[in-house]
Ligand binder design. Structure first.
Ligand SMILES: Cc1ncc(COP(=O)(O)O)c(C=O)c1O
Length: 405
């Protein structure tokens, strides 16, 4: 059993009272938003709306205070050394594109290696590939072992090649696998690499601590942590952030501009060109304050309970292949029904108002390794009831029967 009061948690989310018939198991794609976030957005736009950092008027000063206060809130939540190490981006993808662009233009040179893993989301693959050829940088990949975990022996061998960057996801969005992250990061640091963590899924599983985690950079998206879409964070150690070439120019990121050249502002403005997503940052801070009321350990054990209930129920169903691990899993189950297209299974569940995702989950190379055209993903959040898991299992049983007939 779990001490976590899922029903009380769920009451904070208006979606479930406005759409009581839906069972939402697509939380790895995006989470629902609590009242606290919706109210923060509404209050800002109705009563305080203004641009930041540039107005001579009180409204702009208030917006600036709120925006910078949001930065401090996130700094404290992830225990970064200072607010300037929090760069607001539009999400994890934008953070990775800034990182790959910024590092390629400064710290990497032809012949250098970047090491990623077979469990990465496209954001941590394609953002590097966009530049690798032009800069002559080599992208290496840690393979999977037979249990579909990262092959740690192969990892140690790849580290011997001396990668300049090791960039790993904390949790696989496609399988739910929790990586032995700290252990892998420490090995990467010992090998002299810059370390990057894709925390897009991990942030909803564990509160990260930037003073403990051996990560030089950590990226995440607000919308997977009950915050708004279009806002995310690139955390980085100051000395490294200062060396990144900005991917975008304009707005407050400049110090001086002439028609021949420009110099850049100090952090964090240096990496935040243009009008930022002010309301998004305020909404993300509201999500973090909301979440801070709850015990992360209790949430984790409740998610494990949801996961185990689902896994146990799946045992009754014939013809199901589960790709996700049962242990070291952050609350995601990816599966297929033998001989059936994942989209057909998801469509049958959709008819019963059960929201899941089907496809390759922005991890195409992984699905090639798994030798499957895609899979159906069920991803749990602490507002899901055990009864919803049971309803989903019943719906799956029916779907299996329909597809078999
Ligand atoms: C592990 C992982 N990385 C990166 C991303 C990209 O996040 P966003 O689309 O919010 O930029 C996602 C989104 O699904 C993800 O799960």
């Amino acid at each position: 059993m779990s001490d976590f009061d899922a029903a009380a948690f769920r009451q904070h989310f208006p979606f479930f009272s406005t759409q009581p018939d839906w069972i939402y198991l697509d939380n790895a794609a995006t989470t629902h938003k609590p009242f606290a976030v919706l109210e923060a957005l509404d209050h800002f736009y109705r009563q305080q709306n203004s641009n930041v950092h540039r107005g001579a008027h009180q409204l702009s000063q208030t917006a600036t205070i709120l925006y910078e206060d949001a930065r401090s809130c996130i700094q404290q939540y992830i225990n970064a050394a200072e607010p300037a190490e929090i760069i607001f981006t539009s999400g994890t993808t934008a953070a990775f594109n800034q990182l790959a662009f910024g590092l390629m233009h400064t710290l990497l040179k032809a012949g250098d290696r970047v090491l990623i893993s077979a469990l990465e989301h496209h954001a941590n693959i394609v953002s590097w590939q966009l530049h690798c050829q032009r800069f002559g940088v080599i992208l290496d990949v840690i393979p999977l072992d037979e249990q579909r975990h990262l092959d740690q022996v192969a990892y140690q061998e790849l580290l011997k090649l001396g990668p300049k960057v090791v960039s790993l996801t904390q949790v696989s969005n496609a399988l739910g696998t929790i990586l032995p992250l700290q252990q892998m990061l420490l090995l990467a640091k010992a090998a002299g690499a810059i370390t990057i963590v894709d925390g897009a899924q991990g942030i909803a599983w564990e509160k990260p601590d930037m003073q403990q985690l051996a990560a030089d950079f950590y990226c995440f998206s607000g919308h997977k942590l009950y915050g708004p879409t279009g806002i995310g964070v690139l955390y980085g150690k100051r000395t490294l952030l200062e060396q990144l070439t900005p991917i975008f120019g304009g707005g407050e990121m400049i110090d001086h501009v002439s028609f021949t050249s420009s110099s850049f502002n100090s952090l964090p403005a240096r990496l935040e060109a243009g009008t930022p997503h002010i309301a998004g940052a305020i909404g993300l801070a509201a999500a973090i304050r909301f979440l801070s009321q709850f015990d992360v350990t209790q949430i984790k054990s409740y998610k494990r309970l949801l996961l185990n209930t689902f896994h146990n129920g799946l045992q009754r169903l014939p013809g199901i292949t589960v790709f996700s691990p049962l242990h070291d899993n952050a609350g995601i189950v990816t599966l297929n029904l033998q001989g059936e297209h994942p989209a057909d299974l998801a469509a049958l569940l959709n008819e019963q108002q059960i929201a899941v995702r089907a496809g390759k989950h922005c991890a195409m190379p992984l699905f090639e390794l798994l030798a499957t055209a895609g899979a159906v993903r069920f991803s749990f959040a602490p507002y899901n009831h055990i009864s919803e898991v049971e309803q989903c299992l019943n719906a799956l049983t029916q779907a299996v029967e329909i597809l078999a007939s």
